[in-house]
Ligand binder design. Structure first.
Ligand code: FSX
Ligand code: SF4
Ligand code: F3S
Length: 374
């Protein structure tokens, strides 16, 4: 791998030396400050940290996985994001991206870990198979179990990128033939940050690294070890189709008129109401889109054991604490009953009734989508 960052350089110096202007740098920091879930008043603090902090070396291991997490990462649409990690955050070792291979690559890794013992960040992509001594994933003659334990020993913190290293992923799906486990099953004495998703959003991965670089501490984590700023809300909480959900307007089948209108995908198996991820408000590719926006229900790819949800289009019933979801089938009847009974109809219910009327009119070709949204 090309070495582009001298160890004495700060992040800012390196960014400038790469030809970016100060304006580029400030724009980037502003952008990342928002993605770290910080107040805009913290921009100055992030700028200062980037100007003064020395690089933190990163060792990036790959075990049982599809490399989708790296793919997501390097395709981040912000020009500085992947560059920041690949050059500035100083990736010292990654099986997938480094130019070196074989003994040369292994030697570079060992040297970096020795020089930075106790300081480097270990990123892990992929689950670790434990059956038969771990023989089902071996690199350079060593099992993933051996490599993980050795690399974790000198790490300041471990970031588990992707569903596989965070929860076990598809390898751990039933019947889990290699007895694959997440990193947290094997490593107990290091701080582990789970960044799940299959794959995670690029800016989320960078945001977590940025937080560590900027403040030298781990971001606030929830009870499952995920950064709260990115996994604190359900996809459902920020989904742009939420108004349709609240109005009781659901697509009943794919390729239906309702699906084309952008109605809520809950009845088609959407797991947004029980999935914690930032997709609804950050979206992917610099805010371009996310699964629900392209017409597919959320399949819960940041959830533990989501691969065992078969089929993905099966509707999630009776979500704990969410009474309305379990009544999605009957909500129309409730509204109708209230109107007939002459009771005071809540504005919310009136809105549902109005939209239901519009929906049926639409089916008859009388109303266009513009009217539905009003
Ligand atoms: Fe897993 Fe990542 Fe899914 Fe793939 O490495 S999270 S299978 S997108 O690539 O680990
Ligand atoms: Fe969006 Fe799915 Fe919630 Fe509907 S159920 S509002 S599509 S997250
Ligand atoms: Fe995954 Fe659902 Fe987001 S499938 S990418 S968590 S919308």
């Amino acid at each position: 791998m090309e070495k582009t960052l001298k160890k004495e350089e700060t992040y800012y110096e390196n960014i400038r030396n790469k030809g970016y202007s100060r304006r580029d740098f400030l724009r980037f920091v502003t952008y990342m400050t928002a993605f770290m879930g910080l107040e805009s008043s913290m921009v100055g603090q992030v700028v200062k940290a980037m100007e003064t902090k020395k690089r933190i070396p990163v060792i990036w291991d790959h075990f049982q996985e599809c490399t989708g997490c790296t793919e997501s990462f390097i395709r981040s649409s912000h020009p500085l994001v992947a560059d920041l990690i690949l050059d500035k955050i100083s990736l010292d070792y990654t099986d997938t991206l480094m130019a070196a291979s074989g003994f040369q690559a292994e030697e570079a890794k060992q040297q970096s870990m020795k020089e930075n013992y106790g300081k480097y960040v270990l990123v892990v992509e992929g689950a670790v198979p434990t059956k038969d001594g771990g023989v089902y994933c071996s690199i350079a003659g060593r099992t993933a179990i051996e490599i993980l334990k050795a690399d974790a020993a000198g790490a300041a913190a471990i970031l588990t990128f992707g569903n596989c290293s965070a929860w076990g992923g598809i390898q751990a799906a039933a019947p889990n033939p290699t007895r694959a486990v997440p990193v947290s099953t094997l490593i107990k004495d290091k701080p582990i940050i789970k960044v799940p998703g299959c794959p995670p959003i690029a800016e989320v991965m960078v945001g977590v690294v940025m937080h560590y670089v900027t403040f030298g501490t781990l971001p606030a984590l929830d009870s499952m070890g995920r950064p709260k700023q990115f996994y604190g809300k359900r996809v459902h909480d920020s989904c742009y189709r939420r108004a349709y959900f609240d109005a009781g307007l659901f697509a009943e089948s794919f390729d239906s008129e309702e699906a084309r209108k952008g109605y809520c995908l809950y009845k088609l198996g959407c797991r947004g109401p029980i999935t914690y991820n930032a997709c609804g408000w950050m979206e992917w590719n610099n805010g371009l889109s996310f699964p629900i926006k392209s017409g597919n229900p959320c399949i819960g790819c940041s959830d533990n054991h989501f691969w065992d949800n078969d089929p993905f289009t099966k509707r999630v019933e009776n979500v704990p604490g969410l009474g309305i979801e379990s009544t999605a089938n009957t909500i129309g009847k409730i509204v109708l009953g209230a109107a007939i009974g002459g009771t005071a109809v809540h504005a919310f219910a009136a809105n549902i009734a109005k939209k239901k009327d519009l929906r049926s009119s639409t089916r008859k070709g009388k109303v266009n989508e513009k009217d539905i949204k009003e």
